[in-house]
Design a protein around this ligand. Structure first.
Ligand code: BV8
Length: 288
């Protein structure tokens, strides 16, 4: 298997050879780690006693909408209390400089948007925590919503000892309220169904428009020059598959990851780069 380069000089030299750069960034939870949001693997991989991804399914919502809404309400709250980091701003700035750049993000935390990333070059593969929609596809109601908590019943419990502290309800030792279904967000249009988080759950198709935008970009006859794989374990499909798809269209691969062992599916190829470290530090350096 080839050995990836690790120097930014050869990376920047490659960029200068691109007359009309066509570059993709595939982003994951590691991009927001430095902003203070937990990733899905490692410590953040569990929410209380639940593997985080086991709560990101329609079945989990049907089984216990109160638990799933507390999971999402907590993540909405966390995302609103942190800020975009230099990597989010560097990606947004690069978008404004390079027309052929696209950011395919798996992140639902809203930090790209708060870094003013131009919307035409941001594909939210898995939706966003800050959109809610009716459970019923027939109703089709959806709205952008930043209210925290979205309903009073989802307010974080006040810690008796220190009312100013926000109890960490991701800690299994902190008791979790049982919330009656009628106190959860309800659809204001049909008034018959629950509102659910506007994210893509496992087993759900990615948004059609996003899929079309991604496929149109990857299938453009101009090919792809480079894919940056930023802070993702690249295990969730179809997102993870975009690395190979870009490679098949001529792209070199540059991985930016804290863990040097997070190797792209299919392994390294000649001309790849591996930049080990914090995306918040490395990405601005690479895109300067
Ligand atoms: C679908 C939203 C079909 C919700 C999420 C093949 C093809 C198609 C589908 C499948 C397939 N094989 C399997 C499937 C099914 C499934 C899947 O992929 N399963 C996996 C587990 C194998 N895929 C689906 O279900 C998808 N739907 O395909 O539908 C279909 C077609 C037609 C009709 C109906 C259906 C939908 C998947 C979307 C799931 N939703 N999120 C929510 O967030 O609650 S996924 C969620 O988990 C994230 O969005 C993200 O994608 C994933 C977590 O991954 P990462 O972001 O990479 O985070 P992770 O913690 O794993 O890694 C962090 C990395 O950062 C690490 O490498 C770490 O080292 C690094 N790091 C840490 N700190 C830093 C850092 N790096 C840099 N700097 C740092 N500071």
């Amino acid at each position: 298997m080839a050995t990836p380069r690790t120097d930014t000089a050869s990376f920047h030299a490659y960029l200068t050879t691109l007359q009309y750069p066509r570059i993709v960034a595939l982003c994951g939870a590691g991009l927001s780690a430095s902003s203070g949001l937990p990733t899905f693997r490692g410590a953040g991989g569990y929410w209380r006693t639940h593997e985080a991804t086991s709560l990101a399914t329609p079945g989990a919502f049907l089984r216990d909408a109160g638990l799933v809404w507390q999971f999402y309400s907590y993540r909405r709250h966390m995302a609103l209390t942190v800020k975009p980091n230099p990597a989010h701003y560097a990606l947004a700035e690069f978008s404004r400089k390079v027309p052929g750049f696209q950011c395919f993000s798996q992140n639902v935390d809203g930090l790209h948007q708060r870094a003013d990333h131009p919307r035409e070059s941001l594909q939210l593969l898995h939706g966003t925590l800050f959109e809610v929609k009716c459970w019923s596809e027939n109703c089709g109601y959806r709205e952008e919503n930043f209210t925290d908590p979205i309903v009073p019943a989802l307010a974080l419990p006040v810690d008796g000892k220190d009312p100013t502290a926000t109890p960490d309800i991701s800690d299994p030792k902190v008791p979790l309220a049982r919330i009656p279904i009628e106190s959860l967000p309800q659809c204001p249009r049909c008034k018959r169904n629950a509102l659910r988080p506007g994210v893509v759950w496992f087993g759900e198709q990615l948004p059609m428009q996003v899929l079309m935008n991604v496929e149109n970009y990857l299938n453009d006859l101009a090919g792809v020059d480079l894919i940056l794989v930023i802070g993702t374990s690249a295990k969730v499909y179809p997102a993870a598959g975009y690395v190979q798809e870009a490679r098949q269209r001529g792209a070199k691969v540059a991985v930016i990851n804290m863990d040097a062992n997070d190797v792209p599916a299919g392994g390294w190829e000649d001309g790849d780069w591996m930049f080990k470290g914090d995306a918040a530090v490395i990405v601005p350096e690479l895109l300067r």
